[in-house]
Write a protein that binds this ligand. Sequence first.
Ligand SMILES: Cc1cc2nc3c(=O)[nH]c(=O)nc-3n(C[C@H](O)[C@H](O)[C@H](O)COP(=O)(O)OP(=O)(O)OC[C@H]3O[C@@H](n4cnc5c(N)ncnc54)[C@H](O)[C@@H]3O)c2cc1C
Length: 455
Amino acid sequence: MSQGSERPVLAGAGLVGSLLAVFLARRGKAVEVFERRPDMRREQISAGRSINLAISVRGLYALEQVGLEQEALAHAIPMLGRMIHARDGSLAFQAYGKDDSQCIHSISRGLLNRMLLDAAERTGRVRLSFRRRVVGLDLARRELTVEGDDGRTERLEHAVVYGTDGAGSAVRRSVVDARGGTSHEMTLAHGYKELALPAGPDGGWRLERNALHIWPRGDFMLIALPNEDGSFTCTLFLAFDGTPSFATLEAPGAVRTFFREHFGDVEPMLPDLEAQYGGNPTGSMVTVKCSAWHSGDRALLLGDAAHAIVPFFGQGMNCGFEDCVVLDGLDAEGAPRDELFARFEELRRPNADAIADMAVENFVEMRASTADPRFLLEKAIEKRLLAELPADFVSRYALVTFSRAPYRVAYDAGRIASGIVSELAEGLGSAAEVDLGRARALVAARLTPFLRERL
Ligand SMILES: Cc1cc2nc3c(=O)[nH]c(=O)nc-3n(C[C@H](O)[C@H](O)[C@H](O)COP(=O)(O)OP(=O)(O)OC[C@H]3O[C@@H](n4cnc5c(N)ncnc54)[C@H](O)[C@@H]3O)c2cc1C
């Protein structure tokens, strides 16, 4: 068995693991990272999961802490709102924020991960070992087992292991067992399939570039995020079984017919739809709620390993990046590691649970309600209140996406805010009819005291 050291060991060099390595190295630690996949900077491999993702304030703040925000933004595309595609091809744009400065950014997952791996290496304190999978963790003995591509295993002593090995975390199993905790993994009945929508003949974007496109169709939906090269990545979210479902699209010609019927405006832009559909994997989505995130001073879970969430609030990575910021802040206070880990779990778990629930709720909103007149009226009223009462009214979306307020606070404040909007919407035909005096009074009575107490 290899001799251990005080070197922290990280299992997984995805988005969160590679960022955590940078933070730990900046605190003077020599870090050992094991990643099961090949080095994506040297070999053409998929970065896993989605091709691109939305990064917002929490994620950008984390990157800013390690000096990478501007580099990331240079390759990102601002998305100022949702572009809703109705069945008849008509478009409706819903801005995300009160002005264009409040936007989210579409960024390539591969590019961001490579950027973070480079940054980790540049610290001079991080050793990255690829094609090395963590297959066992005996916390009582402080023993880690790592398997290479050739099947050979090596056992190492360790002082501390950080589980950044994603939703299917091997580290999580050991941590939960050691603490006698529980881990609930809830897989959604819907899956997802990515499809590339190529750039136009002139190399430009064939849909509005600065928007997140949504084709809400009740029980299923298509979305599209822009890429730097003029293409879009579309994602079809659809049930695995039932009608329609991934199962019913197996029949010859079914995919083309389905797209023509439900996403008529985009279907002609996907000439190789059948080939892509057949060639690209169908992914599943899981929410992980786990009652034990650390084991004494020996192991800690971060990112999806601790709290995988479904992607409908665009917050999984943002939340994982925020984990790194919070841990680094606690680290700076210099508490013993077991106290630090316990404090981290205590601070982060309620927030992770809150964003997990909001992400599930947002799925319903995205696929169904975005096309519903009552929903559109309430969104318009919400927008009006954000504009007219900028110092007092906040929406859940704004708190989650454009602030670093704890997710738990965003969840509860969002409930209060949407209750107010819903009350104001009763009997109205348009947002222009809102009684602003009443709105002010409701906000002052319910939302302001709550936020004053929590923030
Ligand atoms: C379709 C989809 C769209 C999404 N869109 C967004 C979005 O718009 N915005 C957002 O913020 N989030 C989004 N997410 C969520 C985001 O992808 C995750 O939250 C994020 O990838 C979590 O990062 P992570 O490093 O914790 O885990 P992962 O990205 O899963 O990385 C884990 C790493 O660990 C490695 N690994 C796994 N097991 C082992 C092992 N035993 N030993 C060694 N290495 C191992 C893996 O190879 C991988 O490199 C989306 C997710 C999906 C599925």
